[in-house]
Design a protein around this ligand. Structure first.
Ligand SMILES: NC(=O)C1=CN([C@@H]2O[C@H](COP(=O)(O)OP(=O)(O)OC[C@H]3O[C@@H](n4cnc5c(N)ncnc54)[C@H](OP(=O)(O)O)[C@@H]3O)[C@@H](O)[C@H]2O)C=CC1
Ligand SMILES: O=C(O)[C@@H]1CCC=N1
Length: 274
């Protein structure tokens, strides 16, 4: 059932970019929110026209208008948060206290609660597979959030994929793994396809094989609950082809490189929060 608030503005969005579109398109498709109960604030006129034509939502270039919604999805880049909050001048609009749901990398609940004083805040780290309803999102709760507001945030992110609730201390780690992870996985797909091309496969076939191998392996691990090491052992015949490939990956420092990638993203998320 689509949500509607008293003033008919159920969901406001500040920043109508990639992630906002991925999330809002799913919310409308799954009828979690009616398009006419959503208002998206976005500075670019062309982009506003796109939102209106593609999804039938309300659009504005006034972030303050969005603050009238029951829930506000904050989806701008972390680097411009301060200027956006300064322009909102919330001290002179204390009657506005929507639930703020922030997906900003690095920005802490403490900073958000100070920037949006008087508003309940939830911090979330989703990922880009939200675009196809297959996101992994982790939610961390602010200090003054009701059970109804927790449900609102959970409903939003359940509509775009899987959701876990974690203590805020884990959100930078989540960012390093699943938030940034789609880029690492895309590199893996590209590298697998390049390897296929190097040994003579046509590019289109190589890419299809690479994607389906990732999808199939992920599905097998998910549905069987098998440990990844057990799956690796099952594919590797003694003296066979796979162990030759695994040895090449180990020589190239593959596992260490992936672990370092998660750590580097985690550290960058911590830096963004300072
Ligand atoms: N991309 C990802 O995989 C993930 C991103 N995130 C987080 O999501 C947030 C958004 O990322 P993403 O969607 O990739 O970025 P985008 O750049 O695609 O989206 C940000 C949007 O905000 C708009 N914007 C710029 N200035 C303002 C303003 N003053 N008021 C309102 N809107 C403004 C931008 O418009 P314009 O283009 O005209 O500047 C753009 O449409 C970030 O904080 C990021 O950390 C979280 C998880 C995953
Ligand atoms: O790169 C970034 O900063 C954002 C946050 C997680 C994924 N993309």
């Amino acid at each position: 059932m689509a949500k509607e608030s008293g003033n008919n503005l159920a969901l406001g969005v500040i920043g109508g970019g990639v992630m906002a579109e991925a999330i809002v398109s799913c919310l409308i498709a799954q009828k979690v929110y009616a398009a006419d109960s959503i208002l998206v604030s976005e500075p670019q006129e062309k982009r506003r026209e796109f939102w209106q034509q593609q999804y039938g939502v309300g659009v504005t270039d006034e972030n303050l208008a969005v603050m009238n919604a029951e829930t506000v999805l904050l989806a701008i880049k972390p680097q411009i948060l301060e200027s956006v909050v300064t322009a909102l001048d919330l001290a002179t609009h204390q009657e506005l206290s929507p639930l703020i749901v922030s997906i900003l990398a690095g920005v802490t609940l403490e900073s958000l609660e100070s920037a949006f004083a008087g508003c309940p805040v939830i911090r979330v780290m989703p990922n880009t597979p939200a675009t196809v309803g297959a996101a992994m999102s982790a939610i961390a709760l602010g200090t003054d959030v009701s059970s109804q507001q927790i449900q609102i945030a959970t409903d939003i992110f359940a509509a775009v994929g899987e959701v876990v609730t974690v203590p805020e201390s884990l959100i930078d780690g989540v960012t390093g793994l699943s938030g940034s992870g789609p880029a690492y996985v895309a590199l893996m797909v590209e590298a697998l396809a390049d390897g296929g091309v190097a040994v003579g496969l046509p590019r289109a076939i190589a890419q299809k094989l690479a994607i389906q191998t990732l999808l199939g392996t992920a599905k097998l691990l998910q549905e069987s609950g098998m440990h990844p090491a057990v799956l690796k052992d099952r594919v590797s015949s003694p003296g066979g082809t796979t162990i030759a490939g695994v040895a090449a990956l180990e020589k190239g420092g593959f596992r260490a490189a992936v672990m370092e990638a998660v750590k580097a993203s985690y550290q960058r998320s911590q830096e963004l929060g300072k």
